[in-house]
Write a new protein. Structure first.
Length: 394
């Protein structure tokens, strides 16, 4: 109640509150919190609907009833659905092909939103132009047309859904920004309300040396890349991940002396599939494989080191030969100060709610960051207004 009153007062002063969007995924839904932990979240995004669903129809059943999901959040939270995600871009590629396919896809998405009472849709195409999970089976040269069709696809959806919210999830790795060029950027961004920047997984299985997966420096580089091609900072949400990434290192490398920049084992097969030598552990400490990952993570969490210069948390575990990289609440705080505030971004987002600690330490850090960023913007505006008043009297 007090928070809503404070935000109302700021709004009356012409100050937009820092936006907070949260993904909720179907694989981590057993420990979802209630409204006490989700206060201040402006958008809740359920993922995922399959991309091929909307090429010829609009029937989609969410993994949890919409009414049930809404009760997990405050009355002002907008509930959206995400389409796509890693490994599912086929329907997007087909749907974006031509005017007729775009119109059909957009019409079906709009019908699905109405049928399920969603407030908007998130297009999570990973990635237009190539470098998706199928990049070995379908090389990037066969997806060049998507660079042109992607903004047209978004335009069709924008028209079909009217005033409902349209957001896009966009790559964090610069090499994956194939469709995001200086020419195409403005054409893409004009149609969307939010740009959810996946500024995490900056290291993945296609790399062969260790570095931070979600540090301040790497995240800032990503944000600057989007600003350079015309993204409106007010539409941008800086992304955070509620999991730690691990990568098996080469036993013959010098990781003990140089944990950052040491060689990994082969992380990806020649056909683009995973070798099983890398993965993630959620902050709820749930992991599928290998069996030694959880014990290794406990050592990493206890003994982790902070790269103060780049703003990343990491650890090389000698016992398991695993390199770990993740965000702490302290790193999250730095990202608000050094990126959200400095670049005047409209908001933040996280993947995903059910992956945080059961004490919701990372959610809490983001909620604090949102409040502080909003207040900083209010203070900045006050200073500007006083300066203008002083100039009038001079």
């Amino acid at each position: 109640m007090l928070k809503n009153l404070a935000l109302g007062l700021l709004a009356a002063q012409g100050v937009a509150a820092t936006r907070f969007a949260m993904y909720i995924d179907e694989w981590h839904k057993t420990d979802l919190p209630g409204t006490e932990q989700t206060q201040g979240m402006d958008y809740a995004i359920m993922g995922f609907a399959k991309t091929t669903t909307f090429n010829s129809g609009s029937s989609y059943t969410p993994f949890e009833p919409v009414d049930t999901m809404r009760k997990r959040f405050g009355p002002d939270t907008k509930l959206m659905v995400a389409i796509g995600g890693w490994g599912d871009s086929e329907g997007f590629s087909t749907g974006a092909k031509d005017d007729a396919s775009r119109k059909t896809y957009a019409k079906n998405v709009a019908a699905m939103l109405e049928a399920n009472n969603f407030d908007g849709v998130d297009i999570d195409w990973e990635y237009p132009g190539g470098n998706g999970d199928d990049y070995k089976r379908t090389p990037n040269k066969d997806k060049v047309d998507e660079i042109e069709t992607y903004p047209k696809f978004l335009a069709a959806i924008r028209e079909a859904i009217g005033n409902k919210t349209l957001s896009i999830a966009v790559p964090g790795r610069l090499q994956d920004m194939i469709a995001f060029t200086k020419e195409q950027g403005p054409k893409i961004f004009e149609h969307v309300d939010m740009i959810n920047v996946m500024s995490y997984d900056l290291m993945n299985r296609r790399d062969n040396v260790t570095f931070h997966a979600s540090d301040v420096a790497g995240s800032l580089e990503t944000i600057n890349a989007y600003l350079d091609i015309g993204a409106d900072p007010a539409k941008m949400n800086l992304g955070f991940a509620y999991y730690a990434k691990w990568f098996e290192t080469d036993p013959n490398s010098d990781c003990e002396e140089h944990p950052l920049g040491c060689a990994t084992v082969k992380l990806e097969n020649a056909d683009g599939t995973d070798t099983g030598k890398s993965g993630a552990v959620t902050f709820t400490e749930k992991v599928e494989a290998p069996s030694n990952a959880l014990e290794s993570w406990k050592r990493a969490e206890k003994n982790g080191m902070t790269d103060e210069k780049k703003g990343g948390q990491y650890y090389w575990d000698k016992e398991s030969n695993m390199f770990w990289t993740w965000d702490t609440p302290e790193i999250i705080s730095r990202k608000f100060t050094e990126i959200v505030d400095e670049k005047k971004l409209g908001g933040v987002m996280a993947w995903s709610l059910g992956e945080d600690t059961l004490k919701f330490a990372h959610v809490d850090a983001m909620q604090k960051g949102v409040k502080q960023s909003t207040q900083k913007e209010a203070d900045r505006k006050k200073v500007e207004e006083k300066k203008k008043e002083a100039e009038k009297h001079n």
